[in-house]
Design a protein around this ligand. Structure first.
Ligand code: ADP
Ligand code: MG
Length: 491
């Protein structure tokens, strides 16, 4: 078997992303959407599709979708309609899903993705625009549970009718890595907008990936397959990588890609066929007769626009300007909205942007990585942590003591100052304690004193080191330096 030259091919990828919205009630019924309730307790006859029930559109579903549309530079339709998407499945007792088809509420936008690694280690990152074809509103189905009863599939309909948006991209993505970056960007945007928690592992963000390959430089796209069942960002990247290889190998053997839907198997790390185009559903879409057209007024658009938060790219530039930090640091701090909020609160309580960014970028991020937790699960509040920065800025502790106190704060209650005291780490700024040590060190090193007085001023570091050692690191180094200098100047 010859080796395949992958550079002869280029992949084309388009993603369909579903986001579960954080509204309090369902899309068309006044029932709670809260996650984790006992099965089938968050229901009305409407969710079950009983005849005689009428859906009522949740205003927040419309507002949240417009928010996403504005944040991704979409055009917002002033009038759009809902449609029925018909199919049979046990978790869909109505027999149809309310969705949008021909007139989505938002269309024609874009999302900018950044490739940090494009220019190598310190090189510039590159930016690329990915077109957003459409964003539409729909409702979720219920959940089939296959692993709780040995003989039967159980159905929980709490999720039936929970509002979703579907974001469809143009086929603008070219590599699995770009698809990964695009998804990360969507997660970041929905979190900044607070319309979805963006958690792919828990299913509040889901992704179907369409992928084809073509000879590099070709103008005509190849036949695509659609990948489903990927429950993490990394799995989307892996599944696409696997599928691109499979398609290239197939073409190289003289075969043809068949349009079909594939399932990703995360254990075997491969894709397998789920259904072919012939078996695809015919959804028999038609306009939903029970919901009037969705009209977006000027007032509504203005209100939603006024609610838009500062977006990550803008916030990054502000951090660079206001706090005088590098693009990379500002980016790391603004990647996650809640990390950026935490950092800004820390700046407020401590008054020192430089110390706050140092602490967050090194110690706080280290702990988040080690424990695989998000900043919202971080055990120390920004107020408490501000106290630690104050201690250091006031020169009451040295830098290694600061790290020790930080670690203690993760495990124990109490203010930074109380912990410093109980750990015996408070720096001594009392000349009465330091002076005798300084005198002793000078007396024991007549040679060094002589050389210092002859002009070898660099030796001051040696004397400071000696004094710090004898004070077990507790003497305030600035005061130590001052006292040594004045003693050595005396003759
Ligand atoms: P469908 O109606 O079957 O869902 P769409 O035209 O809506 O098809 O496309 C679905 C997704 O597939 C979009 O994200 C689009 O960018 C992507 N797509 C379309 N054609 C191709 C192709 N040849 N290769 C890869 N992705 C594609
Ligand atoms: Mg589609």
């Amino acid at each position: 078997m010859g080796t395949i030259d992958h550079d002869n091919y280029e992949a084309v990828i388009g993603l369909e992303v579903h986001c579960q919205l954080l509204t309090e009630s369902k899309a068309f019924a006044p029932v709670s959407t809260e996650f984790g309730g006992l099965p089938n307790t968050q229901l009305t006859p409407l969710c079950l599709g009983h005849p005689g029930t009428l859906p009522v559109l949740n205003d927040n579903l419309v507002r949240y979708t417009i928010k996403m549309g504005l944040a991704t530079h979409c055009e917002v339709s002033r009038k759009s309609i809902f449609a029925r998407k018909n199919y049979f499945y046990p978790d869909l007792p109505k027999g149809y899903q309310i969705s949008q088809y021909e007139t989505p509420i938002c269309h024609g936008g874009h999302i900018t993705i950044t490739d940090e690694e494009a220019g190598g280690e310190d090189g510039p990152s590159t930016e690329k625009r990915i077109g957003i074809t459409r964003i539409h509103m729909e409702e979720d189905a219920g959940k089939s549970i296959h692993d709780q009863d040995p003989y039967h599939t159980l159905v929980d309909l709490n999720r039936a009718g929970v509002p979703l948006i579907e974001i469809v991209s143009e086929p603008d993505l070219r590599t699995p890595k770009e698809a990964y970056n695009y998804l990360t960007r969507i997660k970041q945007i929905v979190q900044y907008l607070e319309i979805c928690d963006g958690n792919m592992e828990e299913g509040s963000l889901r992704c179907d990936a369409n992928v084809s390959v073509m000879p590099r430089g070709s103008q005509t796209f190849g036949t695509r397959t659609e990948l489903k069942n990927m429950n993490s960002f990394r799995n989307v990247e892996r599944a696409l990588g696997y599928e691109i290889e499979r398609q290239i190998a197939l073409l190289e053997e003289g075969g043809e890609v068949v349009q079909e839907t594939m399932l990703w198997d995360p254990d075997k790390m491969e894709t397998r066929m789920m259904r072919t185009k012939e078996e695809a559903h015919d959804y028999r879409y038609f306009p939903e007769p029970d919901i009037p057209p969705v009209v977006v007024t000027d007032d509504m658009l203005d209100e939603v626009r006024a609610e838009l938060p500062e977006m990550p790219d803008v916030r990054q530039k502000r951090f660079m300007d206001d706090f005088d930090m590098s693009a990379q640091d500002a980016r790391t701090l603004t990647d996650d909205r809640y990390l950026a909020d935490f950092f800004e609160k820390l700046v407020d309580t401590s008054g020192s942007p430089r110390a706050a960014s140092n602490l967050v970028l090194t110690e706080v991020l280290r702990v988040l990585n080690e424990r695989s937790i998000s900043i919202r699960e971080f055990p120390v509040s920004s107020e408490r942590l501000g106290g630690l920065i104050d201690l250091r800025e006031d020169d009451k502790v040295n830098s290694s003591a600061m790290t020790a106190i930080f670690d203690a704060m993760l495990e124990q209650e109490g203010s930074a100052e109380d912990l410093a005291e109980s750990m015996n780490l408070l720096q001594v700024s009392d000349a009465g304690f330091i002076e005798p040590i300084v005198e002793q060190v000078i007396e024991e090193h007549p040679d060094e004193v002589g050389r210092y007085r002859d002009g070898k001023k660099g030796l001051i570091g040696f004397f400071i080191g000696q004094v710090m050692q004898r004070s077990q690191g507790k003497a305030n180094p600035n005061l130590v330096r001052e006292l040594i200098a004045s003693k050595l100047e005396e003759s």
